[in-house]
Design a protein around this ligand. Structure first.
Ligand SMILES: *Cc1c(COP(=O)(O)O)cnc(C)c1O
Length: 397
């Protein structure tokens, strides 16, 4: 018997994108439930945000306890969770200082400002930041200008100047863009929105060497690839390099709006008036961040992310063989399956519409499916996802 589906009256929601006619109402672990009671196996997890899945009890406890204690002392004062989380992040990275933000774009704005400030103070006003084709750094005007998304250069013209674009994994293309105005290179260790394209170890180590020798800062945008997503706490740790600046977002809050700008002592050169924000470092969000980072650092957790990344990788490779597709790529639990036709968005729709249970995946390029499950996804849920994927690929072939 089919229950009548509830219609969605969303006429007051400003149109920014086509959304399916359903409302998500509940989540637990790797599963979401909509307003009709239908369940979805969630391999989107809020766009690689809910690193501990839906309804994580540690996060909920931290949120409740902090809400009862203190929500907003104002950014003019220190608060306890802000200090604790900053220490946790510096103790477990090569960075010494943290500025908290509310979104990845805002953290990247801060990184751009910090690099330009450093250029004013230390490098005769150098301000250009070399970024990469197909990179994604956010949706503010400056971070859109920094991004290498096709079409974004004219979308809200004029852009913020000073972001020449190089090619990922091609050091010569970086060298060609360097001038006496170059202050930094900003790179995603794995390009996420660009189609899950990892920077090679050789590129990252030679880029670090080159930038160091030429007094150029290295900024890693780990908004998507950081916080355990690739199997190490931070993605730069795969390469045994030490960047000057790092930004975090998405996973650091496990679903709540929290982001961070981190820098070494040598680079953290803001003076009063340069940087701030009403909600920055608020105890409610930083308390959740502590719970998230502590869970990621629990013994064995990151090893299990690596193991599940390997499992997902071998399953996707098997599917690719079976259906004559073009392989897979990624790092840890940020992976993509490369299709042989531009049917990504069709598969995304079929997966969501499937019954009785739907599957949530995404297609950052027409010939690509991206998987960003919770980092505590079970082997059984990976198997269920692959079973559904096989069923859908049969359906379209
Ligand atoms: C999502 C993302 C951003 C933007 O983060 P928001 O929180 O959406 O502002 C920036 N950089 C990368 C690499 C991202 O994946």
């Amino acid at each position: 018997m089919n229950k009548p589906t509830q219609s969605v009256d969303a006429h007051s929601i400003m149109f920014i994108t086509q959304r399916p006619e359903l409302v998500m109402v509940e989540g637990q672990g790797s599963w979401l439930t909509d307003n009709n009671g239908k369940r979805y196996l969630d391999f989107l997890q809020g766009w690689a945000v809910n690193c501990l899945g839906h309804g994580n009890s540690g996060m909920i406890e931290a949120l409740n306890a902090q809400a009862k204690k203190l929500i907003n002392p104002s950014p003019a004062f220190y608060n306890e969770p802000m200090i604790l989380l900053a220490n946790l992040l510096t103790d477990n990275s090569c960075f010494n200082k943290v500025f908290f933000a509310n979104s990845g774009a805002e953290a990247n704005e801060g990184a751009i400002k910090l690099a330009r400030k450093w250029g004013q103070t230390n490098k005769s006003g150098a301000f250009e930041i070399i970024t990469f084709d197909h990179s994604f750094h956010g949706r503010t005007i400056a971070t859109m200008s920094a991004s290498g998304k096709p079409g974004w250069d004219t979308m809200f013209a004029p852009q913020v100047p000073g972001f020449p674009k190089a090619d990922l994994n091609d050091l010569d293309s970086v060298k060609k863009l360097v001038t006496d105005k170059t202050v930094a290179v900003m790179v995603e260790p794995v390009q996420g929105e660009g189609g899950v394209i990892p920077a090679s170890a050789e590129f990252m180590t030679s880029l670090r060497k080159f930038t160091k020798e030429n007094n150029i800062l290295l900024i890693v945008d780990e908004v998507q690839a950081g916080c355990g997503r690739t199997g190490t706490l931070f993605a730069y740790q795969h390469y045994s390099i030490e960047p000057d600046i790092m930004t975090l977002g998405k996973g650091i809050g496990g679903g709540v709006p929290l982001a961070a700008l981190m820098a070494t002592d040598a680079v953290a050169c803001f003076v009063p008036g340069d940087q701030g924000g009403t909600y920055n470092g608020n105890p409610l969000m930083t308390a959740v961040g502590i719970s998230v980072i502590e869970q990621l650092l629990a013994p064995g957790f990151l090893d299990s992310v690596k193991a599940k990344g390997q499992l997902l990788r071998s399953e996707l490779l098997a599917i690719s063989e079976e259906f004559g597709l073009e392989g897979e790529r990624g790092e840890g639990l940020l992976r993509a399956l490369i299709l042989n036709k531009d049917i990504g968005s069709k598969l995304v729709d079929l997966a969501r519409e499937r019954s009785p249970e739907g599957l949530l995946i995404n297609s950052p390029r027409p010939n690509l499916l991206r998987f960003m499950p919770a980092l505590n996804v079970s082997a059984d849920e990976i198997a269920q996802m692959c079973k559904i994927l096989r069923e859908l690929l049969k359906q379209v072939s």
